[in-house]
Design a protein around this ligand. Structure first.
Ligand code: SF4
Length: 485
């Protein structure tokens, strides 16, 4: 990927990035259109399933059980994968994972790789690391190819180029594939991509993939996709390197029955993905001769250790929460400053960064609960968002820094006021005096405040505040009681 990398360490905070994104009307139109289409397809195929809620519950239970016994299932996967001829590598963090993959590609004797769409490789910016080592990575998923050729960044975990419309894609293909006469139908664009990629499939000897699921019971690896490009990468190269987060494991082969009903319906509104590939180790005369799996932690064990936050790891990366989120639908994905955008990004990214970066993301939500309703494995995203907001506040107000934090000081003062009726009444009286110079009367004599100074200004940024009433509810209530009404 050659665009400016989406990296929470260097990206602007969400409110700033979102403000800039809101000015891009074409992008917002594209995102709204694409998410509307996916959402209506999803609603149709989910509506066909009378047992959808039971399926969701089954999915939740499988994922929760797996996380509770993750160490056991990972070791079982390693044992079975190794027995089938695969080689398992363990990577503590992104740097180690990149080192391992780079060394494996070099050992394969190739200086180029064909890649299957993989959020894990995006998460660690693998392409940049490969490029630094003189290895060229070719994305073969159509959306990833658009992003790569357009020197752009992904904006959705399932449909990374969702923010681009057909005309914009055509322009990229014309320019980068040197096809000035290219037509503009979907078929024209698909044909151009097919021709461009075919030569890579036949020439490049090393493939890099992610994985949707690892199956502990068999040592198998599963990828679901819509185009078949992934299957070409899984079968044609001599060496296949799969890099995957340790959270992707499933205990049994039979668990696929549940997740393969939940995932395609939630992700793309399809009953089943056109291509479902499961491969286990190596086999003489069939597929790659060498197969490596890199199991990457990269802060996942820290997430697992957090009782409230750990349900984040249950995610099967369907993107349904993104399509349903009113915030994502306005800002698009790149405003999140991370390859994981939308509600799942708002809870996953800060935790992957151990809360040191992306602290604004847990606040990038209206807490409307739409993400929870559509999540096929019932991750309570609003609950995790609130938990993370709490963590952010604690982290920022710990120690000496807390003494100088204006917001934290204001909250402490509010707590003191709310604890005492006397102080509360005094604050109300003071508030009425303090607001006087700011109040403007409308035609009906109702007082409004259109501007508040300093930190309070946020309240009046997009709405007016009504003047405080002359008589408080308490005063009214007491008067009513005294009058015997
Ligand atoms: S949090 Fe749920 S809805 Fe969102 S991507 Fe993950 S599984 Fe899908």
């Amino acid at each position: 990927m050659s665009g400016v990398a989406l990296d929470p360490k260097t990206s602007p905070v969400f409110p700033m990035a979102a403000k800039a994104a809101l000015g891009d009307t074409q992008m917002r139109k594209n995102v709204r259109h694409a998410t509307d289409v996916i959402q209506s397809k999803r609603a149709r195929v989910v509506g066909e399933m009378p047992d959808w809620q039971q399926l969701r519950e089954a999915g939740r239970q499988i994922r929760q059980h797996t996380m509770e016994h993750l160490d056991f299932y990972l070791e079982q996967f390693e044992e079975n994968c190794t027995r089938a001829g695969g080689v398992v590598h363990w990577a503590r963090d992104a740097e180690e994972a990149k080192r391992i993959v780079t060394a494996l590609v070099k050992a394969s004797g190739s200086d180029e790789v064909i890649k299957i769409k993989s959020m894990t490789t995006e998460e660690i910016h693998l392409n940049d690391a490969l490029a630094a080592a003189g290895i060229h990575a070719y994305e073969t998923d159509l959306a990833e190819l658009i992003i790569q050729l357009g020197e752009d960044q992904p904006s959705h975990i399932v449909v990374p180029a969702l923010h681009k419309n057909r005309q914009q894609i055509r322009e990229i293909f014309q320019r980068k594939m040197n096809l000035p006469e290219l037509g503009e139908t979907p078929q024209d664009l698909a044909d151009a991509a097919r021709m461009f990629l075919r030569e890579k499939f036949l020439r490049v000897k090393t493939g890099v993939s992610g994985a949707n699921f690892l199956i502990a019971e068999t040592g198998g690896v599963c990828i679901v996709e819509s185009e078949g490009n992934g299957r070409m990468c899984l079968t044609l190269p001599e060496t296949l390197i799969t890099i995957v987060g340790i959270d992707k494991v499933l205990p049994r082969f039979q668990d696929l029955e549940v997740v393969l009903q939940l995932l395609p319906r939630s992700a793309t509104g399809e009953r089943m993905n056109p291509y479902n590939s499961i491969w286990t180790g190596v086999k003489e005369g069939d597929g790659p001769r060498a197969f490596h799996v890199v199991l990457m932690d990269n802060a996942r064990t820290e997430i697992l250790a957090d009782k409230e936050g750990r349900q984040t790891l249950n995610c099967i990366r369907c993107g349904a929460c993104q399509n349903a989120c009113p915030v994502y639908r306005q800002t698009g994905g790149q405003a999140y400053g991370s390859v994981y955008a939308g509600p799942i990004g708002a809870i996953l990214t800060p935790q992957l960064q151990e809360m040191h970066y992306a602290q604004s993301l847990p606040f990038a939500s209206s807490l409307c609960g739409a993400c929870y309703e559509v999540c096929p494995v019932k991750i309570n995203i609003p609950e995790v968002l609130i938990h993370l907001r709490n963590k952010v506040v604690k982290q920022n107000t710990a120690g000496i820094a807390g003494l100088f934090d204006v917001e934290a000081g204001a909250m402490k003062a509010m707590a003191m006021i709310f604890k005492s009726e006397r102080r509360f009444r005094a604050a109300q009286r003071l508030g009425r005096i303090a607001e006087t110079p700011l109040v403007r009367k409308d035609g009906r004599g109702v007082g409004w405040i259109g501007w508040l100074p300093g930190m309070l200004g946020g309240w009046t940024q997009v709405r007016d505040l009504q003047e405080m009433p002359e008589e408080t509810f308490r005063d009214w209530w007491e008067k009513r009681r005294t009058n015997g009404n």
